[in-house]
Design a protein around this ligand. Structure first.
Ligand SMILES: NC(=O)c1ccc[n+]([C@@H]2O[C@H](COP(=O)([O-])OP(=O)(O)OC[C@H]3O[C@@H](n4cnc5c(N)ncnc54)[C@H](OP(=O)(O)O)[C@@H]3O)[C@@H](O)[C@H]2O)c1
Length: 241
């Protein structure tokens, strides 16, 4: 496939899980792909595995200086996939302030200022596509997911605002809201709960990262040219329940 030839893409958290699957499909479609993450060794290894169309730039989305550095080092970006996120589990009565802050700093503040930094160039060039990875739980109550769910709901709200602010200058902004997906990161944080959520879905299972990435690449690319401001639920029917 070559439909994204001559396009540059940045996938935050592109070194593992859903982000890595997005980076793979974007590179397969011809894009030059930057992947970011905090762990440099993992990031360099992932970029090498992705091949000559990929490079790694280290960044911590929870640190504003790191976000600004990522904007500087990315150059002109045509496709931005805001995927990196923090998703610690805690019941509300047990919530720690530092964990709450890290969740919002990474998922909302970092996403916000990275988007602001890169959208400026997209608006100047009159084209661009931004896909925000949110979650099925942005619109559902799930115990122990309060801060995470609220952070993802904030990103869905930002998506609608950005679609209005950027649409007239050729930049589309959408969300993919995944259901439970089998990644090392989520298993480390949520254990068997993810599989239990998967079994409760109409399709009765968790997703593979590539099934989420396919929706991301669709929204990022030319086949979604009249779609902006929307959330595509890729959740095995979870949002229908
Ligand atoms: N898996 C699921 O069931 C599921 C369901 C719904 C939504 N989602 C969403 O899908 C996205 C990806 O989830 P995943 O399961 O693929 O996660 P994952 O396997 O844990 O991968 C997370 C990626 O984000 C990076 N990252 C984490 N914190 C970061 C930070 N502060 N700054 C920069 N990079 C950071 C990680 O690299 P480093 O650790 O090296 O920084 C890694 O590349 C997230 O937005 C998540 O909320 C996942």
């Amino acid at each position: 496939m070559t439909e994204l030839l001559n396009r540059s893409a940045l996938v935050t958290g592109g070194t593992a899980g859903i982000g890595l699957a997005c980076a793979q499909l974007l590179a397969d479609a011809g894009a030059q792909v930057i992947i970011s993450g905090r762990d440099t060794a993992r990031g360099e290894a992932a970029a090498t595995a992705l091949g000559s169309r990929a490079r790694f730039v280290p960044a911590d989305l929870a640190e504003i200086d790191s976000v600004r550095n990522l904007v500087r080092r990315s150059g002109d970006v045509d496709i931005l996939v805001n995927n990196a996120a923090s998703f610690p589990a805690a019941l509300t009565v047990d919530q720690r302030v530092d964990s709450f802050e890290k969740t919002f700093d990474t998922n909302v503040l970092g996403t916000y200022f990275l988007t602001a930094g890169l959208a400026a160039g997209m608006l100047d060039r009159g084209s661009g596509s931004i896909v925000n990875i949110t979650s099925m739980v942005a619109s559902k109550g799930v115990a122990a997911a309060s801060a995470y769910s609220a952070s993802k709901a904030a990103v869905e709200s930002l998506t609608r605002t950005w679609a209005i602010e950027f649409g007239g200058r050729g930049v589309r902004v959408n969300c993919v809201a995944p259901g439970p997906t089998s990644t090392e990161g989520v298993v480390a944080q949520w254990g068997d709960t993810n599989d239990e959520l998967g079994r409760a879905l109409p399709l009765g299972r968790t997703a593979a990262p590539a099934e989420i990435a396919a929706a991301v690449v669709f929204l990022a690319g030319p086949h979604a040219s009249f779609i902006t401001g929307t959330t595509l639920h890729v959740d095995g029917g979870g949002s229908a329940m």
